[in-house]
Design a protein around this ligand. Sequence first.
Ligand SMILES: Cc1cc2nc3c(=O)[nH]c(=O)nc-3n(C[C@H](O)[C@H](O)[C@H](O)COP(=O)(O)OP(=O)(O)OC[C@H]3O[C@@H](n4cnc5c(N)ncnc54)[C@H](O)[C@@H]3O)c2cc1C
Length: 417
Amino acid sequence: MTSPGVVIVGAGQSAAVAAHSLREHGYRGRITMLGRERHKPYERPPLSKAVLVATEEPRLEVLTEESWTRSDIVLLSGSDAVALDLAQQHVRLADGQVLEYEMCLIATGGEANTLASAPPANPRVHYLRTLDDARRLRAALQVKPQVAILGGGFLGLEIANSALSAGAAVTVLERAATLLDRFLPPEASAWLESGLRDAGAQILLGVSLSDVHSLPSGRMRLITDVGDLEVDEVIVAIGLLPNDALARDAGLEIAAGGGILVDATCRTSNEHVFACGDCTSQQRPGQIAPTRLESWQNANEQARTAAAAMLGAPLPGPAVPWFWTDQGKHNIQVLGLPAPDLEYVRRGDPAEDKVLWIGHRGSVPLHGVAINAGSDLRAIRPLFNRRQPVQLEDFQLDTINLRAWAKQMQADADATV
Ligand SMILES: Cc1cc2nc3c(=O)[nH]c(=O)nc-3n(C[C@H](O)[C@H](O)[C@H](O)COP(=O)(O)OP(=O)(O)OC[C@H]3O[C@@H](n4cnc5c(N)ncnc54)[C@H](O)[C@@H]3O)c2cc1C
């Protein structure tokens, strides 16, 4: 009897990388991938960037045509997995089909968090998670509308920059008093805010939205505690909800803050079921509780880890979380995770649009933030892997070569071991 092989639920970034990785490890069994969307796995990061503004839609496939063919994946697109039976080891689809598995990988990502007063079905309301969402928003931006963006997080601000480039009039409404204050040092947050204002956006901070109405004219009225605002389109970017319902209903362990709980090998609480990407929550070094990471790197790293663990192959080493965002013409890269008690030291000047911050606890680098300084961040990356104190005074001096400094810091740490 042929083995039922691996069933991957979800057909996004993580799913595609995991399938490819299984083949790279020599797995010869059947790989069946179930995808709710009617697209082959595609990259989401360009959806809020090039897809909204480029004259031609960029190529988005996660795997090249050649890798896809070589990976020999049976893709059932437009297929929604509705139940997972852990005892019988099968997945049931919405159309009633039942697929058995030897190993199951859940890579279901997440859904945009919605606002009851701005439902996705309203033609003037936009959420941005899928390629279809991006194409709809791109079409709406072509008439240079007035838009309100609800949410001043990384995604909301990327959309704001893209909408400005497309010629729209942009107002960003954010509940917090500063932009991204939980994720960036205060100086970086202030730099982002002033850059966006200079580019023409209106930014309303500390605003509370109480309702959104569709007007007979077709426009939208937003009711806030600082007054009403009328716009043509409303774009909601208020975070992500992990798609963990399938796992939850099957009885798999779910983390307190949501997300399928996985161990360091991406195994769930059932030995035949793994999970990777935005749908997971994982305990990470230095964190007091399991955390969810919604990033391209995490989706890829966890996919490779899950594939290796499924086959009993050596696991890739744990990676320090890394994230990038493009804000208009600026590139921001973030290494490690923020924490409220970190102190920041800076190299470079925000006024010159090129800065690198190190957030540290007791001189141990834990959070690196680079504005247009990705190569500098790469140079000091090894220091984040080691979690050892470093001499931070020299880091701040422009006269010091950063790569040499990072090497010296590693040598010093080696000498003290
Ligand atoms: C607009 C946008 C911009 C981004 N920009 C950046 C960036 O600049 N930098 C960065 O690091 N990260 C960025 N990200 C995040 C990054 O793209 C995600 O972290 C990554 O796509 C997660 O991959 P995933 O495979 O976990 O989930 P997804 O890529 O979301 O794939 C999950 C798939 O599973 C399908 N699915 C869900 N439930 C079921 C089911 N029951 N049955 C069948 N199929 C199902 C979904 O429809 C979806 O197609 C961005 C994301 C978005 C949306």
